[in-house]
Design a binder for this molecule. Structure first.
Ligand code: MN
Length: 296
């Protein structure tokens, strides 16, 4: 099942055959009522089984809208953590070492085993239709803003010290992710947390439909020109190992996102650019780039 959020917080199921989004927002009534303090995890993902059952019941009579007329929001609204694997494809490690604009002198030994993982602020989250709004906050520096396509796993089940063997049981679905990145010497969690720099979409594909994440093609183009193309089989730490690694430090909760890393070919984007990202088994995500306007 391909579950999306759209419009004014509507919940939908995308049907690839007809190219339409079915409005199953009624399924949200299956969620338990909340009171302060709200949980630190995503409520919808924690109740995904119930939501899916309701969605199936509502689908036959649901109102359908062509995808092109739908404003897509991030399929996970309230992730507690956005975990990122910064250097997890060899060709990206090599380009980072070879280009001072990427490495800023930091990566003598750029190994994920040594450097660990990083986080993006949850406030960086954006849906495909919201677009990326570029900021240039570094005084006297180039302020290069890059695209990074990544397979994103959505954690469905709480767990800590998860073993590699059990890891995929903790995943409920997958999205395409753009780990938009301002290049500079600052900590990744600072540079990568700009508003709208954490795009996920176009929908969450549930694990039963997506299958094994071990060998999926991913590609990204800007303005029709291909910039990145790879396959998840080239990941240095594959998804089970990333889950084992991350959960050896902290508990993973429903809705936590794991950006698995970007392959080589990262490069700058500018206002007006149209990013198209594709991942096998998920589909195509189109994201427009603009300049952030005056403070709001
Ligand atoms: Mn990345």
């Amino acid at each position: 099942m391909k579950i999306c959020r759209f419009g004014a917080n509507r919940l939908g199921v995308y049907d690839a055959e007809t190219g339409t989004v079915a409005d199953i927002s009624g399924a949200l009534q299956a969620l338990p009522p909340q009171r302060y303090p709200l949980p630190g995890y995503d409520l919808l993902i924690a109740n995904l089984r119930k939501i899916r059952a309701e969605a199936k019941r509502l689908l036959p009579r649901a109102k359908r809208t062509p995808l092109a007329r739908v404003k897509l929001l991030p399929p996970v609204a309230n992730p507690g953590k956005i975990i990122i694997a910064p250097l997890n494809y060899s060709d990206h490690v090599l380009e980072a070492q070879g280009d001072p604009a990427l490495s800023h002198g930091r990566f003598k030994d750029p190994e994920i085993a040594r450097l660990g993982m990083a986080m993006k602020a949850t406030s960086s989250l954006a849906g495909p239709s919201e677009g990326v709004r570029l900021r240039r906050p570094l005084v006297g520096m180039e302020n290069r803003n890059d695209h990074e396509i990544e397979l994103v796993a959505v954690i469905g089940r709480r767990g800590t010290n998860i073993t590699r063997e059990n890891a995929l049981k903790h995943v409920c679905g997958y999205c395409i992710g753009l780990d938009m990145t301002l290049r500079g010497p600052q900590f990744p969690g600072f540079r990568k947390s700009i508003d709208t720099y954490g795009v996920i979409g176009p929908w969450l594909v549930t694990t039963d439909e997506f299958g094994d994440p071990a060998a999926k093609n991913l590609s990204l183009s800007v303005g029709g020109e291909e910039r990145q193309r790879s396959n998840t089989k080239y990941l240095i730490y594959d998804l089970p190992k990333l889950i084992e690694y991350a959960s050896s430090f902290y508990t993973l909760h429903p809705g936590d996102l794991i950006y698995t890393g970007t392959p080589g070919g990262v490069g700058p984007v500018k206002p007006g650019d149209r990013i198209e990202a594709n991942i096998d088994g998920i589909g195509r995500m189109v994201v427009m780039v603009s300049e952030a306007t005056a403070p709001s």
